[in-house]
Design a protein around this ligand. Structure first.
Ligand SMILES: [Mg+2]
Length: 144
């Protein structure tokens, strides 16, 4: 299955406590990746995302770092470790941090927690971001 075919069924979780960032990310995903509204679920913090991951399969998480209730780092830790109730298929889900805190040492920290890539916010080069997103998805799926 080509990645472009896979994109038709792609299910993405966008996790950010700022609803303006939800809107911006949706615009990018709709315009540059061709996703529709049914393919993108929005969450205001990590806890809400974890609840969703216990119920349904997702293919990608775009994860803010600074959030109330459960921040991005804690969310990634919970996803990668076996304790909380999360579907097994979601354990290895690709996670891209999308954050204003993207200095080199911060990037390294996020990657050490099991995140797959880090993108600085605001996203100024949507096409570059989409390229990275496709790379992460392709890597996860063995280059399908
Ligand atoms: Mg935030």
């Amino acid at each position: 299955m080509a990645l472009s075919e896979g994109l038709r069924n792609l299910k993405v979780a966008v996790v950010d406590d700022n609803e303006i960032n939800h809107k911006i990310m949706c615009k990018i995903l709709y315009k540059f990746l061709g996703l529709n509204e049914s393919q993108v679920d929005l969450f205001l913090n990590g806890q809400m995302c974890l609840h969703a991951l216990a119920r349904a399969r997702y293919d990608l998480i775009l994860l803010d770092i600074e959030m109330p209730v459960l921040d991005g780092c804690q969310t990634a830790i919970q996803i990668r470790h076996p304790r909380p109730a999360i579907l097994d298929v979601n354990r290895s889900i690709p996670i891209i941090a999308v954050t204003t805190n993207a200095k080199e040492h911060q990037r390294q920290h996020y990657l050490s927690l099991g995140m797959d890539a880090v993108v600085g916010k605001p996203i100024v080069e949507p096409l570059q971001f989409i390229g990275l997103l496709k790379c992460v998805l392709a890597g996860q799926k063995g280059g399908e």
